[in-house]
Design a protein around this ligand. Structure first.
Ligand code: TA6
Length: 307
């Protein structure tokens, strides 16, 4: 495998041609190419200069998914009293902080395949003054991005380096590239409970074995078995496009802004690009993970593409 580090951008590629690109800004995966194709969606008007979170790839949401300004707490239940995250920006600080590249390692991935793993770190001391004040807990994050021939894995290790417990949420806000959202179905959500953020955070049970996206969709599916793959498939030939398994993440958010919301997002472009993406986001967001002082937690996702 080869790895290059240039201007805060780390690129790794395998002899078989797959490649991944990660920006130190937010430790954001911005590109994953396999079978010669880009697998992740990136808005044409995304800010790649650190001026705002990157609209595409895999933004990392930590320590909270909620948006205190929109009083969205009712979606995930009221935070613990005077919760530290209530003055953070939407989706927390991880995706708009500059991480450090801890290094790379390659290993045998079995069947003669190799894997290349890129590690990124973020700690409390590295945060901006504003974020340090807003979230005063000593912590360490190690985010690992692992590329193999047929999968991309991202996993996050959270360590509480302080003297008190803290609560957190985590979400891997993955933008998957699709040719036409009208031809996309999401499988293995049937009979799962979800919170519908488009319908006033009401709770529903999924009735469809193959969910079609035909309007603005913003749903938090809860309590899923992480080992059961969420499959994004093509309706026309029922072929799987992506298969996502998780570890220790039991929620999955399905999001598509659709027409109006896409127009309303200044860094989502072109407007019609909602047709070329679907966010399937592995996370732990419907409750708060408590991490005791000195403890660590790890969770992640593995995405296979064009199986
Ligand atoms: O994960 C779904 C969601 O929270 C939506 O509610 C929408 O806000 C989307 O993420 C984009 O959020 P962002 O903060 O990246 O603009």
């Amino acid at each position: 495998p080869s790895v290059s580090v240039q201007d805060g951008i780390i690129e790794a590629s395998l002899p078989s041609g797959e490649s991944v690109t990660v920006y130190l800004y937010g430790a954001t995966v911005t590109s994953w190419k396999s079978n010669g194709q880009e697998q992740l969606f990136m808005s044409k008007t995304a800010h790649l200069d650190g001026s705002k979170p990157i609209r595409g790839g895999i933004p990392l949401v930590f320590p909270t998914d909620a948006n205190p300004k929109l009083c969205i707490w009712q979606v995930f239940g009221p935070p613990p009293k005077n919760h530290a995250t209530s003055s953070l920006p939407q989706h927390g600080f991880a995706r708009n902080s500059t991480w450090e590249f801890l290094g790379k390692s390659s290993s045998e991935a079995g069947k003669g395949d190799v894997a290349v793993k890129l590690d990124f770190g973020l700690s409390h001391a590295m945060l901006s003054e504003e974020f340090r004040k807003a979230w005063p807990h000593e912590f360490g994050l190690v985010y690992s991005v692992t590329l193999t021939k047929d999968a991309l894995r991202t996993s996050l290790q959270v360590t509480n380096e302080g003297k008190e417990n803290f609560e957190f949420q985590v979400l891997m806000h993955t933008y998957l590239a699709v040719e036409d959202i009208a031809n996309v179905r999401v499988k293995n959500l049937e009979s799962k409970t979800y919170i519908d953020k488009v319908r006033n955070a009401s709770t529903h049970t999924e009735s469809s074995p193959a969910l079609a996206i035909t309007e603005e969709t913003d749903r938090v599916y809860q309590g899923l078995d992480p080992a059961t793959p969420i499959v994004v498939s093509s309706a026309s030939d029922d072929q799987p496009l992506f298969s996502i398994t998780r570890e220790a993440l039991t929620d999955v958010v399905v999001w598509n802004p659709w027409i109006e919301k896409a127009k309303g997002l200044s860094d989502f472009g072109p407007d019609e690009a909602y047709k070329n993406m679907i966010c399937v986001e592995a996370g732990s967001v419907s409750a708060w993970q408590t991490l005791e002082a000195g403890d660590s937690w790890e969770g992640g996702q593995s995405i296979k593409s064009r199986l």
